[in-house]
Design a protein around this ligand. Structure first.
Ligand code: PLP
Length: 447
């Protein structure tokens, strides 16, 4: 029977009007109401990084529920929330030691944008308000986060978005047209930001936001380290705050605790969500450098007027603190190994006529579909290549994450795999077989 909730939950333009109802989930598996077992090779939406059976969560939740589940953090503090803040500060790079808690990745980014504006106001630069994003990025569904977002298919239905939120080209080595070595191309790409800051007027620019390794719009696209070194130089030179959106890449997804750990660069803020609670509860955070947060400390008389009713509530905080504690070196190592194994099992895609690029960063894999491998031209979006691959993989019992991003103004499509870091070697083989067969099946109909 079709679920009436689908009217509200249907994403992606009619992907599947009769979504299977899930009864139960364990490890890397989802079990449907009719008893079918699916592999969750997307980890929800890159959320369930530790799988669906994290030990100890139930007892933490039970204790916290009987203790205190909700408090307004405008007037009270709580041990669980403080513990989570301390834990995150010990993990984030550099002096990103202040945590502001909200409930979703979108809210964490909204918070970062407002904080950037407030910071410049407090440092005597009230006209620095512009937030620069990148094309083919995703920062969230709320209007500010969507205005920073550059994924055209996610933006288009809601245009016009906020005025004066410019975008620069993404870090997309597969499609870069810059000259020179990989490093020179990365520097050239980063300098697009400098050009845009100059065009806008440096006295008006508050912050630049980027996913360190792209997620939903160009999965696993990762630049040469010189890219972020140059971004850091530019941001310092023009007094622009650099916000790293690690909502998807955080907590081991790309091999390190945070994707910025792969680059020798410390941003001014890092936004976190998804894997922070492993999907057990909605909670997210904006991590901020000490000297920015100090501007708004209690007693300074300077305010940062922002908050969400449920932000940092003790129940979510206690669960997240427990989950974050489980991202041990050995779990991160397992994620790296399983990601590498999956990429190796998919190696034959390099000879597949409809696949232009296969990328992987830790346990994030991106498979980009093209109509022509020479010209890298994307498929006609009406062919729904990504959604058809998704459906064929699902028929074979594997749940994946299809997506799209505009390529020179034309919608291109891809498939992303973000399995739990803890997926077994055996299940990785199941995922690879299903994805290879699904792509073969679609290839036969479009070539
Ligand atoms: N930022 C990134 C990089 C994301 O991938 C997402 C969601 O996919 C978001 C922000 C938005 O997070 P949420 O859906 O929790 O609001």
């Amino acid at each position: 029977m079709a679920n009436p909730a689908n009217v509200f939950y249907k994403w992606g333009g009619g992907m599947n009007p009769d979504f299977p109802q899930i009864r139960r989930a364990y490890d890397e598996f989802l079990v449907t109401e009719d008893g079918r077992e699916l592999v969750d090779a997307a980890a929800g939406a890159a959320v369930v990084n530790l799988g669906h059976s994290v030990p100890g969560v139930e007892s933490v939740a039970e204790t916290q529920l009987s203790d205190v589940s909700y408090l307004s953090l405008s007037h009270f503090s709580h041990e669980a929330t403080e513990e989570l803040a301390t834990l995150l500060a010990s993990l984030t790079p550099g002096d990103l030691n202040a945590a502001f808690f909200v409930n979703s990745g979108s809210e964490a980014n909204e918070m970062a944008f407002k904080l950037a504006r407030a910071y410049h106001r407090e440092t005597g630069n009230p006209h620095k308000s512009t937030i620069i994003g990148r094309w083919q990025s995703y920062h969230g569904a709320t209007l500010g986060a969507l205005s920073a977002t550059g994924n055209t298919s996610r933006r288009s239905e809601y245009e016009p978005l906020l005025h004066g939120w410019p975008h620069v080209p993404p870090a997309y080595p597969y499609r870069w047209k810059y000259e020179g070595t990989e490093k020179e191309q990365a520097i050239a790409a980063a300098r697009e930001l400098e050009t845009t800051i100059k065009q806008e007027g440096p006295e008006t620019v508050a912050a630049f936001v980027a996913e360190p390794i792209s997620g939903a719009s160009i999965p696993a696209a990762s630049p040469h380290p010189a890219y972020f070194e140059e971004i850091r130089r530019i941001c310092d030179e023009y007094d622009v705050l650099f916000i790293a959106d690690e909502v998807m890449t955080g907590f081991g997804r790309t091999g390190e605790m945070f994707a910025m750990d792969r680059f020798d660069v410390v941003p001014d803020m890092i936004t976190l969500g998804k894997g922070m609670s492993g999907g057990y509860t909605p909670i997210s955070a904006t991590m901020v450098r000490d000297d920015i947060a100090a501007r708004f400390e209690n007693g300074t008389g300077k305010s940062f007027s922002h908050g969400h009713t449920f932000g940092g509530n003790p129940l979510s905080a206690a669960i997240a603190a427990h989950v974050v504690d489980q991202y041990t070196d050995s779990v991160l190592e397992t994620g790296r190994k399983r990601g590498a194994q999956l990429a190796a099992e998919l190696d034959e895609l390099h000879n597949q006529p409809i696949v232009g690029d296969v990328r992987h960063a830790g346990a994030m894999i991106g498979i980009e579909f093209v109509a022509d491998r020479e010209t890298k031209a994307p498929f006609d979006p009406d062919l729904n290549v990504n959604k058809r691959v998704y459906e064929h993989a699902l028929e074979r019992g594997v749940y994946t994450y299809p997506g799209s991003g505009s390529v020179d103004g034309v919608e291109g499509d891809h498939l992303m795999l973000t399995p739990p870091l803890t997926i077994s070697e055996e299940t990785v083989k199941t995922v690879a077989t299903a994805v290879l067969e699904a792509i073969n099946e679609v290839t036969e109909t479009v070539t």
